[in-house]
Design a protein around this ligand. Structure first.
Ligand code: URA
Length: 423
């Protein structure tokens, strides 16, 4: 067996054996296979795909490359949640404490982000003092004591995925359903939860641009989950427009707190209740409607907010100190209905301001970001506020901001947020 033969086989659309995939993945991890051969191998997969067995084999090899978290010491069923990533996606910050407030155990390992804004861990770190590093034992103890923990993923979980993902990021090999499905599912299976609810984002601000690709990714992840006897449910959601109003780390944390105090945006609320009712109904073996009603009650009666405060205190954060810079207000030059707010362009602005990192060595500016003052379907008068830019000396032109918005004299059709649920 050698790497050139294996690359050529995939280039010629032939099926690979588990031994051949392991040869490439483990060889790359142990530095026997160089970046350029692994890049060629990944590109052959992007172009020619992998069948179900090859995708499961790849997932298995990536899981076996690192440690597996044993959550059997956590009492009750543990349900995890994952998002394929989108602009303004702060769902976990609301969902984890809200679900935990119903008594369901949430043991969440999250990542730092590459790209437009940080990941969940970066958003939590905008809170002064918040600790995200822990040992496995402390993580399990916290879940047993307060029902929820959100920690940074340890370096030992799926190291093969970590190394391959970093290479995919810089070689144009991100967009492949078998590569995405095995990357996500290897991390989720190794993190130990009994069931996983996945938010698959669809649209111009997401990895999956079309509903067909999103469906195919969802089905692949459900099949991988079934192989490991894990329940996997996917919700396909619209990412043509940003989620909520805030895009940035500190301001997304503040929006999440407001949501749990009952003052959040409607789209975020709808998404949290939809994902949460799947998680709670699996864990408590009740109907989705019963779960939905319980979550809605806990959003309104402050129990979700109390759980967030408990989480922040446990992880040594100070909820009254969240990093946010000063802002400038951008006004509309004309009146009309807002028919589109381009998620991709908003993301590009947040990135330019320094809300995300382009390489894993970059530092994030927690205080910067953009906060929309309007949503699609709103009517604005001339000179009304469209957006606030929180910045620290960033270089953004007014025209660039205005280009994110489409105005019309007609209200237009509103796209639904929840597109499909695949169970
Ligand atoms: N998220 C992941 O964890 N992996 C991918 O390949 C894409 C999104």
């Amino acid at each position: 067996m050698n790497s050139i033969e294996i690359i050529t086989k995939k280039k010629n659309k032939q099926k690979l054996s588990k031994e051949e995939i392991a040869y490439m993945v483990n060889g790359y991890l142990s530095e026997k296979i160089p970046d350029y051969q692994m890049s060629a191998f990944l590109m052959a997969i992007v172009c020619n795909g992998m069948d179900k067995q090859e995708t499961i084999d790849l997932t298995d090899i990536m899981i076996a490359s690192g440690e597996i978290i044993d959550l059997s010491k956590v009492q009750g069923k543990v349900v995890d949640k994952h998002s394929t990533g989108g602009i303004g996606d702060k769902t976990t910050l609301v969902l984890a404490p809200l679900v935990a407030s119903t008594g369901v155990k949430v043991a969440k390992m999250s990542g730092r982000g590459l790209g437009v804004t940080g990941g969940t861990i970066d958003k939590l770190e905008s809170i002064s003092g918040f600790q995200v590093e822990t040992t496995k034992e402390q993580f399990i103890e916290q879940v047993n004591q307060i029902g929820v923990a959100i920690m940074s993923q340890t370096g030992n979980i799926t190291p093969a995925d970590k190394k391959i993902y970093a290479l995919r990021d810089v070689t144009g090999t991100t967009e492949s359903i078998p590569l995405i499905a095995s990357s996500i599912m290897s991390k989720k299976i190794a993190s130990g939860a009994d069931a996983i609810v996945i938010d698959v984002k669809v649209g111009n601000g997401a990895l999956m641009k079309t509903i067909e690709d999103a469906r195919s990714l969802a089905h692949t992840m459900i099949e991988i989950g079934a192989h490991y006897q894990k329940i996997v449910k996917c919700v396909l959601t619209n990412m043509n427009v940003p989620l909520g109003y805030a895009v940035g780390n500190g301001i997304e944390m503040i929006e999440s707190i407001e949501m749990l105090k009952g003052n959040g945006p409607e789209d975020l609320k709808e998404l949290v209740l939809t994902l949460g009712s799947l998680m709670v109904s699996i864990a408590k073996d009740c109907t989705k409607e019963e779960a939905y009603q319980e979550l809605k009650r806990n959003l309104n009666n402050g129990k979700g907010y109390e759980k967030l405060k408990e989480l922040i205190v446990y992880q040594k954060g100070d909820i009254d100190q969240i990093e946010v810079d000063h802002f400038v207000s951008i006004k509309t030059p004309k009146e009309g209905f807002i028919t589109c707010i381009d998620a991709y362009k908003i993301g590009e602005i947040a990135k330019k301001l320094g809300a995300g990192r382009m390489t894993k060595e970059d530092t994030i500016d927690y205080g910067v970001g953009v906060s929309l003052s309007v949503k699609v379907g709103d009517f604005v008068l001339e000179n009304e506020e469209l957006m606030r830019i929180y910045y620290d000396g960033g270089d953004i032109s007014i025209q660039e901001v205005l280009d994110c918005f489409t105005f019309s004299q007609d209200v237009g059709e509103l796209e639904p947020l929840i597109m499909e649920i695949i169970e």
